[in-house]
Structures are given as C-alpha cells and as structure tokens.
Ligand binder design. Structure first.
Ligand code: ASP
Length: 449
C-alpha cells in the first residue's frame, strides 16, 4: 500500500507504446542485418528467445479467457435483476454489430472500386519476388463451396449450443461458453436461495480473474516488446513494397472506419467522448495490434472498459466476449478489399451482382472468423468461393497478411469497445471516468506491491 505514496511511474499505455516502438526499431535493425527468414546462428537464437517472450504473454492472456468469461457472464446475469434486460442488451448489441460490420464491408467495396489497387501492380515483379505462397490447408480443406449464405448463418446459430459444456470450455469455444453460461445463470437465478453458495464461489472466481488480468498487465509492455521485435525481424520488405497499394487501401479503410464511422457512433449515439474512450482502451488496442488476436486481448479489453472507461461491467461482460468472437469490422473490411483485389490481379471483372455476393459473404466470413491470428485469411475462402474466384488467390496476399492482421485486429477490438459504450449509454450504465482512473492506479500499485 505504501506504493501509492511512491512517485507514480509512466502510464501503462506509454509503457506499451515504448515496447512497441522499441520492438519495431530493434526488429528492423535485425531484419536489415540478417534479412528475414534466417534459420541459424546467434541472431536466430535471439529471435527464438524474443518469440518465447511474446508467447508467454499470449498464453497467460489465453489462460484467463475461459474462467474470466464464465465467471463474469454468470455474475452479470445473476446481478441483472430483471432477466428481460438481457434480451434488451442482447438485441441492441447484435443490431450494432451487424450494422457496423455491414458498413465496414460497404466502405471496403467502395474504396477498392475507387483505388483499384490490383491494377497498378506489376504481376511479373510480384512473381519475381517469389512471394506467392501456397494456400494454407485450412483454407482448401473447409469445403466452403457447398455452403450457401443461409446455411452459414444457421450453422453458426445452431453451433452456439454446445453438445458438451466441458468440451466447449476445454476447446475455448467462446460462443458456446457464452450460451451455456447464460443458460446456467438463468437457471441459478430461478433456483434462488439454494444456489447462493455457488454464486458466492463464482463471484470470488470473477474477482480473482479480474485481479489476475491486472497482474498480467504489469508485464505486458516487456512481453509486447519481445513479440513485436520477433515480428519485425521476419518482415519481408520486398513483399511489402510490391503489395503496397493493396496494403494502403486496407489501412485507409480501417482508418476511415475506426476514425470516422465508429467514432461518430460513439459520439452521437454513445454521447461519450471518442478521445476519452480511445485513451481508456488504448492498452487493449495496442495489445490487439501486437498479438493479432481479439481473443487473447479480451481480458484486457474487459478490464480497460470497466475500470478506465467507466462502463458498467454488466454491459462489458456481455458485449465484449460476444464481440471478440463475432464482431470483426476490421476483418470484414479487409476481406472485401482483399477479394476484389485478388480478382483484379487475376484480371477478372466483377459484376455488381458478384460484388453484392461479396458484400454478404464477407460479412458472414468475418462473423465466422475465430479471434486468432490469420483467421480472416482462412474464412476468406468462403468469399472467394461464393464469388467464383480461385482459392489460390489467397497465396497472392499471404506475404503481408500478418502486418495487416495486426491493424484489423486493433480495429476489431476498437469496434467492440464502441459497441459497449453505445449499448452502455442506451442502458444508462456509464459512470464518470475520473473516479475510475483513480481506482485503476491504486489497484495496479496494489498488484505490484
Ligand atoms: N486476427 C483477427 C482477430 O483476432 C481475426 C482476423 O482477421 O484474422 O480479431
């Protein structure tokens, strides 16, 4: 406790930012010294060391997802008071998620039709760079060809019900865990007094997991430094240059969606300062950028939103786990741009009808993408097949996918937090932030002590 009297160190977001910038600089230095893809020697050993540093962090975060999601959703349902509120929150959340994902895809399609990133690219130079890589097995094996859009929707809904909740937890299937937990918590509320002891235990688990997230946040900046260094050591600069026009189109789309569309929604419907929200959730956004995984970032997102942004946990506990799994605006936008880019590269003209198909399937593919690195690339198979394009096209964009994944994941997480603010406002569940920041500083000092 004496710690709180000590001179306050740098804020968490600054530390993470220093970790990211330091990692980029060191990674680029190593990249220039030895070139990407080296597989032996002292620098290689160093790279493995950095990779492990990053892996430890991602594992720690993922370790917390199942108990955190279970306990926090259970407590949120039990504390709701009126179970009908659940329907209201759920309805608003799903409507927001569908609308923003559709807007993201639409923006992607408009941008790619204005910029035409595939037209300026020298296909021979691309081939000479040898960056066309094999299509991952996961893409070609999913047999997406036979599935229509309706089947994909029904599949996703039916699959939310776990055959076995233990299996859902063991495999970390967040959607199934959400379904089971809500069902279980409603039943616990119906049982009433008899389930009180269990509720106390789960409440304790919830508090323990919240504290665990704070503990992991202390090491986040260092691990992120390791992670980013390892990523940039491996970056193929040649590929980056060759695909620059495509990469810039995706980044521009992400920037407009995050900075204009979502920001306006936070401001107008959420009646909340977008800058304040951005500052509050910045540690989560930077973690999303570094890990390229919305799922791994989820514990931090939940923490930032409740303690730093002042949105009641009863909202974030529902909106964020669901959002991490189904709401991927960045992924949706990227998929629409990537697919049309591939068509342009292959010299295939897409009719308006085909672009409409891309609009629908890119939305669904983003919903179906797992919240892990590279998942968007895998579900892109759905869009390509629906548009009648060859799956091999994925090989054309693979080389710069990791770096784009980082940016789209950051936008995915930003989208989830904007949803929580909008739904939180509509449900009257947002409190003053200054109080929150104080609580957070004290809590972090406590963890360090
Ligand atoms: N990596 C993304 C996420 O976790 C999904 C993707 O677009 O690949 O949100």
């Amino acid at each position: 406790m004496e710690d709180s009297k000590e001179k306050k160190g740098l804020d968490l977001q600054w530390k993470i930012l220093i970790g990211i910038v330091g990692g980029i600089i060191l990674g680029i230095i190593f990249n220039n010294l030895i070139g990407p893809g080296v597989t032996s020697g002292p620098i290689y050993i160093l790279k493995i060391f950095f990779k492990y540093g990053g892996d430890i962090f991602i594992r720690l975060l993922r370790m917390m997802i199942v108990p955190l999601v279970f306990a926090s959703i259970f407590m949120a349902v039990v504390n709701l008071g009126d179970i009908r509120d659940l329907g209201k929150i759920g309805g608003k959340t799903v409507a927001y998620y569908m609308a923003t994902t559709a807007l993201a895809v639409l923006l992607g399609i408009i941008l790619v039709n204005i910029i035409h990133p595939g037209q300026g690219i020298d296909r021979e130079a691309l081939a000479a760079l040898n960056i066309v890589t094999e299509v991952p097995d996961k893409v070609s094996n999913q047999g997406v060809g036979e599935k229509s859009s309706a089947v994909i929707i029904v599949d996703t809904l039916v699959n939310m019900i776990p055959k076995n909740p233990v299996e859902a937890m063991a495999t970390g299937d967040v959607l199934q865990i959400i379904f089971f937990t809500i069902f279980f918590a409603i039943m616990a509320a119906m049982v009433g007094g008899e389930s009180e002891t269990l509720t106390k235990v789960i409440n304790a688990v919830d508090l323990i997991m919240q504290r665990a997230v704070m503990a992991v946040m202390v090491i986040a900046p260092y691990c992120i430094f390791f992670l980013v260094t390892a990523i940039f050591m491996d970056l193929g600069v040649g590929a980056l240059k060759a695909l620059a026009k495509y990469g810039i189109t995706v980044l521009l789309g992400l920037l407009i969606h995050a900075g204009v569309t979502l920001t306006i929604l936070v401001w107008v419907i959420g009646r909340y300062s977008p800058i304040r929200l951005f500052k509050a959730v910045l540690p989560a956004i930077m973690t999303a950028w570094s890990t390229a995984s919305s799922a791994a970032t989820l514990p931090l997102t939940m923490d930032c939103l409740s303690r730093r942004a002042g949105v009641d946990r009863k909202i974030g506990n529902f909106v964020l786990p669901l959002g991490a799994t189904v709401n991927m605006d960045g992924t949706a936008l990227y998929e629409s741009i990537a697919v049309i880019f591939i068509a342009e590269l292959l010299g295939i003209d897409l009719t308006i009808g085909m672009q409409a198909v891309i609009f629908i399937t890119a939305t669904l593919a983003a919903i179906g993408a797992a919240a892990i690195p590279g998942a968007g690339l895998v579900t892109m198979g759905i869009v390509l097949t629906a548009a009648g394009l060859p799956l091999d096209g994925i090989g054309l964009i693979l080389a710069i996918d990791r770096i784009l994944d980082q940016f789209r994941t950051a936008v995915n997480v930003w989208g989830d937090t904007t949803a929580a603010v909008v739904v939180g406002r509509l449900e009257n569940a947002i409190s003053d932030g200054s109080q929150m920041a104080k609580v957070e500083d004290e809590a972090l000092a406590d963890v360090k002590a």
